[in-house]
Write a protein that binds this ligand. Sequence first.
Ligand SMILES: NC(=O)c1ccc[n+]([C@@H]2O[C@H](COP(=O)([O-])OP(=O)(O)OC[C@H]3O[C@@H](n4cnc5c(N)ncnc54)[C@H](O)[C@@H]3O)[C@@H](O)[C@H]2O)c1
Length: 251
Amino acid sequence: MDLGLTGKVAVITGGASGMGACVGRMFAEEGARVVLADIQAEKGATVASDLQARGYAAHFVETNVSVREQVDGLFNKTLAEYGQIDILCNIAGPGAHTGQLDTTEEEYDRQLDGHLRGVFHCIQGILPHMMERKSGKIISMGSFTAYGVLANIPAYCAAFGGIIAYSKSVARFAAPHNINVNTVSPGNIYTPMTANWLDQPGQLEAFEAQIPIRRVGTPEDVAAIYLFLASEWARHLVGVDINVSGGQLIA
Ligand SMILES: NC(=O)c1ccc[n+]([C@@H]2O[C@H](COP(=O)([O-])OP(=O)(O)OC[C@H]3O[C@@H](n4cnc5c(N)ncnc54)[C@H](O)[C@@H]3O)[C@@H](O)[C@H]2O)c1
Protein backbone atom coordinates (compact mmCIF):
# COMPACT_ATOMS: atom_id res chain seq x y z
CA MET A 1 0.00 0.00 0.00
CA ASP A 2 1.60 3.26 -1.10
CA LEU A 3 1.09 5.81 1.66
CA GLY A 4 1.85 8.66 -0.75
CA LEU A 5 4.33 10.29 1.62
CA THR A 6 7.19 10.69 -0.88
CA GLY A 7 8.39 14.28 -0.87
CA LYS A 8 5.98 15.38 1.86
CA VAL A 9 7.46 17.61 4.55
CA ALA A 10 6.78 16.47 8.10
CA VAL A 11 7.61 18.42 11.26
CA ILE A 12 7.93 16.09 14.23
CA THR A 13 8.19 17.46 17.78
CA GLY A 14 9.83 15.25 20.38
CA GLY A 15 11.86 13.90 17.47
CA ALA A 16 15.07 13.31 19.46
CA SER A 17 13.86 10.27 21.38
CA GLY A 18 11.39 7.42 21.75
CA MET A 19 8.23 7.61 19.68
CA GLY A 20 9.16 10.93 18.01
CA ALA A 21 12.50 9.56 16.77
CA CYS A 22 10.72 6.42 15.54
CA VAL A 23 8.08 8.46 13.70
CA GLY A 24 10.89 10.48 12.11
CA ARG A 25 12.69 7.34 10.93
CA MET A 26 9.58 5.63 9.58
CA PHE A 27 8.38 8.79 7.78
CA ALA A 28 11.86 9.17 6.23
CA GLU A 29 11.81 5.53 5.15
CA GLU A 30 8.48 6.26 3.39
CA GLY A 31 10.15 9.08 1.45
CA ALA A 32 9.06 12.06 3.55
CA ARG A 33 11.44 14.93 4.30
CA VAL A 34 11.53 15.19 8.08
CA VAL A 35 12.29 18.06 10.45
CA LEU A 36 12.83 16.90 14.01
CA ALA A 37 12.27 19.37 16.85
CA ASP A 38 13.22 18.83 20.48
CA ILE A 39 14.84 20.42 23.54
CA GLN A 40 17.52 17.69 23.52
CA ALA A 41 19.89 19.29 21.01
CA GLU A 42 22.70 16.74 20.95
CA LYS A 43 20.41 13.71 20.76
CA GLY A 44 18.20 15.33 18.10
CA ALA A 45 21.18 16.28 15.93
CA THR A 46 22.45 12.69 16.13
CA VAL A 47 19.06 11.22 15.10
CA ALA A 48 18.95 13.62 12.11
CA SER A 49 22.54 12.95 11.03
CA ASP A 50 22.00 9.18 11.28
CA LEU A 51 19.05 9.55 8.88
CA GLN A 52 21.12 11.76 6.55
CA ALA A 53 23.87 9.12 6.54
CA ARG A 54 21.25 6.66 5.26
CA GLY A 55 20.44 9.06 2.41
CA TYR A 56 17.26 10.57 3.83
CA ALA A 57 16.29 14.25 3.96
CA ALA A 58 16.35 15.06 7.67
CA HIS A 59 17.03 18.15 9.78
CA PHE A 60 17.02 18.93 13.47
CA VAL A 61 15.87 22.27 14.92
CA GLU A 62 16.35 22.80 18.67
CA THR A 63 12.91 23.87 19.88
CA ASN A 64 11.07 24.18 23.17
CA VAL A 65 7.44 23.81 22.11
CA SER A 66 6.28 25.63 25.26
CA VAL A 67 7.81 28.85 23.89
CA ARG A 68 5.81 30.32 21.02
CA GLU A 69 8.76 32.21 19.49
CA GLN A 70 10.73 28.97 19.25
CA VAL A 71 7.81 27.22 17.53
CA ASP A 72 7.55 30.14 15.08
CA GLY A 73 11.30 29.80 14.48
CA LEU A 74 10.90 26.06 13.81
CA PHE A 75 8.24 26.66 11.15
CA ASN A 76 10.14 29.59 9.59
CA LYS A 77 13.33 27.50 9.30
CA THR A 78 11.39 24.58 7.81
CA LEU A 79 9.65 26.81 5.27
CA ALA A 80 12.96 28.47 4.34
CA GLU A 81 14.44 25.00 3.68
CA TYR A 82 11.52 23.26 1.99
CA GLY A 83 8.89 25.91 1.15
CA GLN A 84 6.03 23.82 2.51
CA ILE A 85 4.83 21.85 5.53
CA ASP A 86 2.42 19.00 4.81
CA ILE A 87 2.34 17.15 8.11
CA LEU A 88 2.66 18.16 11.76
CA CYS A 89 3.28 15.40 14.32
CA ASN A 90 3.01 16.66 17.91
CA ILE A 91 4.87 14.16 20.10
CA ALA A 92 7.00 16.24 22.52
CA GLY A 93 6.30 16.18 26.21
CA PRO A 94 7.71 15.40 29.67
CA GLY A 95 7.17 12.28 31.76
CA ALA A 96 5.36 12.48 35.11
CA HIS A 97 5.80 10.90 38.54
CA THR A 98 3.67 12.74 41.10
CA GLY A 99 0.35 11.84 42.72
CA GLN A 100 -2.91 13.62 43.54
CA LEU A 101 -1.67 15.20 46.77
CA ASP A 102 1.98 15.94 45.99
CA THR A 103 1.62 17.50 42.53
CA THR A 104 2.99 21.02 42.98
CA GLU A 105 2.08 24.16 41.05
CA GLU A 106 5.44 23.83 39.30
CA GLU A 107 4.74 20.26 38.21
CA TYR A 108 1.22 21.20 37.08
CA ASP A 109 2.70 24.01 34.93
CA ARG A 110 5.45 21.72 33.58
CA GLN A 111 2.90 19.17 32.42
CA LEU A 112 0.39 21.61 30.95
CA ASP A 113 3.13 23.71 29.30
CA GLY A 114 5.12 20.76 27.96
CA HIS A 115 2.11 18.96 26.51
CA LEU A 116 -1.03 21.06 25.98
CA ARG A 117 0.53 24.51 25.50
CA GLY A 118 3.11 23.03 23.14
CA VAL A 119 0.41 21.41 21.00
CA PHE A 120 -1.55 24.68 21.03
CA HIS A 121 1.51 26.65 19.84
CA CYS A 122 2.29 24.17 17.08
CA ILE A 123 -1.26 23.80 15.76
CA GLN A 124 -2.09 27.50 15.89
CA GLY A 125 1.29 28.28 14.31
CA ILE A 126 0.88 25.93 11.33
CA LEU A 127 -2.84 26.36 10.56
CA PRO A 128 -2.56 29.55 8.43
CA HIS A 129 0.05 27.88 6.18
CA MET A 130 -2.02 24.71 5.79
CA MET A 131 -5.23 26.71 5.23
CA GLU A 132 -3.53 28.73 2.49
CA ARG A 133 -2.42 25.50 0.80
CA LYS A 134 -5.82 23.86 1.44
CA SER A 135 -4.01 20.74 2.59
CA GLY A 136 -2.56 19.30 5.77
CA LYS A 137 -2.40 16.50 8.30
CA ILE A 138 -2.05 17.22 12.01
CA ILE A 139 -1.52 14.26 14.33
CA SER A 140 -1.03 14.83 18.04
CA MET A 141 -0.03 12.49 20.82
CA GLY A 142 -2.82 11.62 23.21
CA SER A 143 -2.66 8.98 25.92
CA PHE A 144 -4.78 6.28 27.50
CA THR A 145 -4.22 8.24 30.72
CA ALA A 146 -6.82 10.75 29.48
CA TYR A 147 -9.53 8.12 30.03
CA GLY A 148 -9.48 7.54 33.79
CA VAL A 149 -7.24 4.46 33.88
CA LEU A 150 -4.76 5.84 36.45
CA ALA A 151 -5.15 7.29 39.95
CA ASN A 152 -1.83 9.15 39.86
CA ILE A 153 -0.01 11.68 37.62
CA PRO A 154 -3.11 13.93 37.53
CA ALA A 155 -1.57 16.88 35.68
CA TYR A 156 -0.25 14.54 32.96
CA CYS A 157 -3.74 12.98 32.60
CA ALA A 158 -5.34 16.43 32.46
CA ALA A 159 -2.89 17.64 29.84
CA PHE A 160 -3.76 14.73 27.55
CA GLY A 161 -7.48 15.19 28.15
CA GLY A 162 -6.92 18.78 27.05
CA ILE A 163 -4.98 17.78 23.94
CA ILE A 164 -7.70 15.37 22.82
CA ALA A 165 -10.50 17.89 23.44
CA TYR A 166 -8.56 20.72 21.79
CA SER A 167 -7.77 18.53 18.77
CA LYS A 168 -11.44 17.67 18.29
CA SER A 169 -12.28 21.37 18.31
CA VAL A 170 -9.55 22.19 15.78
CA ALA A 171 -10.57 19.19 13.68
CA ARG A 172 -14.06 20.64 13.17
CA PHE A 173 -12.59 24.05 12.26
CA ALA A 174 -9.89 22.72 9.93
CA ALA A 175 -11.74 19.99 8.02
CA PRO A 176 -13.45 22.42 5.56
CA HIS A 177 -9.92 23.54 4.63
CA ASN A 178 -8.95 19.94 3.73
CA ILE A 179 -6.88 19.57 6.90
CA ASN A 180 -7.28 16.38 8.93
CA VAL A 181 -6.69 16.74 12.68
CA ASN A 182 -6.56 13.57 14.78
CA THR A 183 -4.88 12.12 17.87
CA VAL A 184 -3.25 8.82 18.78
CA SER A 185 -3.56 7.53 22.36
CA PRO A 186 -1.04 4.84 23.28
CA GLY A 187 -1.05 2.66 26.36
CA ASN A 188 2.33 1.97 27.97
CA ILE A 189 5.04 1.99 25.31
CA TYR A 190 8.65 0.97 25.91
CA THR A 191 10.69 4.17 25.36
CA PRO A 192 13.36 6.10 27.29
CA MET A 193 10.46 7.66 29.26
CA THR A 194 9.25 4.30 30.62
CA ALA A 195 12.49 2.26 30.49
CA ASN A 196 13.65 3.32 33.97
CA TRP A 197 10.80 1.41 35.63
CA LEU A 198 10.15 -1.28 32.99
CA ASP A 199 13.85 -2.27 33.15
CA GLN A 200 13.67 -3.10 36.87
CA PRO A 201 13.96 -6.87 37.49
CA GLY A 202 10.69 -8.73 36.87
CA GLN A 203 8.79 -5.52 36.11
CA LEU A 204 8.30 -6.03 32.37
CA GLU A 205 6.95 -9.59 32.75
CA ALA A 206 4.63 -8.60 35.61
CA PHE A 207 3.39 -5.67 33.62
CA GLU A 208 2.82 -7.66 30.43
CA ALA A 209 0.71 -10.16 32.38
CA GLN A 210 -1.80 -7.34 33.10
CA ILE A 211 -2.11 -6.22 29.47
CA PRO A 212 -4.80 -8.07 27.47
CA ILE A 213 -2.53 -8.51 24.42
CA ARG A 214 0.30 -9.63 26.79
CA ARG A 215 2.98 -7.28 25.49
CA VAL A 216 4.16 -3.73 26.12
CA GLY A 217 3.87 -1.59 23.00
CA THR A 218 6.82 -0.47 20.90
CA PRO A 219 7.39 2.95 19.29
CA GLU A 220 6.75 1.25 15.93
CA ASP A 221 3.23 0.25 17.05
CA VAL A 222 2.43 3.94 17.47
CA ALA A 223 4.47 5.27 14.52
CA ALA A 224 2.52 2.97 12.17
CA ILE A 225 -0.69 4.77 13.15
CA TYR A 226 0.97 8.16 12.62
CA LEU A 227 1.97 6.98 9.11
CA PHE A 228 -1.57 5.88 8.35
CA LEU A 229 -3.12 9.12 9.64
CA ALA A 230 -0.64 11.15 7.55
CA SER A 231 -1.59 9.23 4.40
CA GLU A 232 -4.46 9.96 2.03
CA TRP A 233 -5.98 6.62 3.07
CA ALA A 234 -7.04 8.42 6.25
CA ARG A 235 -8.63 11.35 4.41
CA HIS A 236 -12.07 10.66 5.94
CA LEU A 237 -10.81 10.62 9.55
CA VAL A 238 -11.60 13.90 11.33
CA GLY A 239 -11.34 14.46 15.08
CA VAL A 240 -10.67 10.80 15.83
CA ASP A 241 -8.58 9.52 18.75
CA ILE A 242 -7.03 6.13 17.95
CA ASN A 243 -6.39 3.95 21.00
CA VAL A 244 -3.13 1.95 20.61
CA SER A 245 -2.99 0.18 23.96
CA GLY A 246 -3.16 -3.58 23.39
CA GLY A 247 -6.39 -3.55 25.37
CA GLN A 248 -5.14 -1.53 28.37
CA LEU A 249 -7.96 0.81 27.42
CA ILE A 250 -11.12 -0.63 25.91
CA ALA A 251 -13.69 2.10 25.68
N1 LIG B 1 5.88 5.99 26.62
C1 LIG B 1 4.60 5.87 26.92
O1 LIG B 1 4.16 4.87 27.51
C2 LIG B 1 3.64 6.97 26.53
C3 LIG B 1 2.27 6.65 26.46
C4 LIG B 1 1.37 7.64 26.06
C5 LIG B 1 1.83 8.90 25.73
N2 LIG B 1 3.18 9.19 25.84
C6 LIG B 1 3.60 10.52 25.44
O2 LIG B 1 4.25 10.37 24.17
C7 LIG B 1 5.20 11.42 23.97
C8 LIG B 1 6.54 10.80 23.60
O3 LIG B 1 7.00 10.07 24.70
P1 LIG B 1 8.13 8.94 24.66
O4 LIG B 1 7.61 7.83 25.47
O5 LIG B 1 8.61 8.72 23.28
O6 LIG B 1 9.23 9.64 25.58
P2 LIG B 1 10.68 10.26 25.32
O7 LIG B 1 11.08 10.83 26.62
O8 LIG B 1 11.55 9.24 24.69
O9 LIG B 1 10.41 11.42 24.26
C9 LIG B 1 9.84 12.65 24.61
C10 LIG B 1 10.64 13.74 23.93
O10 LIG B 1 9.97 14.99 24.12
C11 LIG B 1 10.97 15.96 24.35
N3 LIG B 1 10.40 17.13 25.02
C12 LIG B 1 9.91 17.20 26.29
N4 LIG B 1 9.49 18.44 26.54
C13 LIG B 1 9.70 19.17 25.41
C14 LIG B 1 9.47 20.52 25.04
N5 LIG B 1 8.93 21.41 25.91
N6 LIG B 1 9.80 20.93 23.79
C15 LIG B 1 10.35 20.05 22.93
N7 LIG B 1 10.61 18.78 23.21
C16 LIG B 1 10.29 18.33 24.44
C17 LIG B 1 12.02 15.23 25.17
O11 LIG B 1 13.27 15.92 25.15
C18 LIG B 1 12.05 13.87 24.52
O12 LIG B 1 13.01 13.82 23.49
C19 LIG B 1 5.23 12.21 25.28
O13 LIG B 1 4.35 13.30 25.15
C20 LIG B 1 4.65 11.22 26.29
O14 LIG B 1 4.07 11.88 27.39
C21 LIG B 1 4.08 8.25 26.22
